[in-house]
Write a protein that binds this ligand. Sequence first.
Ligand code: SR1
Length: 322
Amino acid sequence: AAGISGAPAPFDQGGVKVALVSYISSGDFFEAYQSGAQAQARKIGIDLRVFPGKQDAAEQRSQIEQAINLGVKAIVIDHGLPESLKDVAQKAVDAGIKVVAFDVNLDNAKIPQVEQSDHQLARLALEQALKENGESFNAGYVYVAGFAPLDRRHEVWEEFKKKYPGIKEAARFGVVNATTAAGVADQAKAVLRAHPEISVAFAPYDEFARGVKLAVNELGLQDKVKIYSADVSTADIREIIEPNSPWVATVATNPAVVGAVSIRAAALAVAGSDPGHAITVSPVLLTQKALAESGAKTVEELSAKIRAFGASEAATAAWISQ
Ligand code: SR1
């Protein structure tokens, strides 16, 4: 790849090798994150090597080792289980490779962390649930511990339950694997049958929300259960605005923007600038009503309508085109 004139070394020469090592590769969020990373990489002459995760911690470790052996200048680690990554991430740092973590807490002062303001995200979703359902309701909560964004959202869920004692967690369930939505749908069906008192589902990951929606539709509970989630994709917009959809709100960033921010943070570090330790991309609340009124049918159309959703000022520099 050609270098960028006026850019700091090594970007003035081009062909800067960077690895993106993911833990989860299936699902709209992760596909869009990866394509945003690739698009940003192309714009700044990065030769991006993508290692698709297979929800397999051992495989992700070995991919980081492979990236180190490839002689990359930077590695973006996207999700994963901290305990299986900390030492291998430190090995990369020791080899002089810049490491950026997205949504995985590697507990390392040398590794900047990219996140989507998960506390704010959960707060916005739950405030909307309170606005539409009052301060007392029985909830089905979808959660899997061990994933940094889900753990941060969980902290807010716990806070809300304390602050509003009328909110009762009737059931907790969840799974994260290659077929998350289908797995959650099966669980949700059983939960909703056993707990007819549930009127709100807090499902703060779009694959969770899709699973709950499948169950609600199958059981014919569209008028009884409302779903509040995180994330958005073009397919999600369709599901949210379809007639009589129980999925009434989500809070989301554009995952392609988050992918681009992760690559920019790595590029800044390689160029010798400090991208900062905590790099956040703020999410926006998208209600069913607002989505329908906006007329946006795709994430691209939404990006054009809501500036804060379509772009981020995080990790930018004059030589980096977006
Ligand atoms: C299993 S973790 C799933 C979450 O990762 C990203 O932060 C997305 O927002 C998604 O909800």
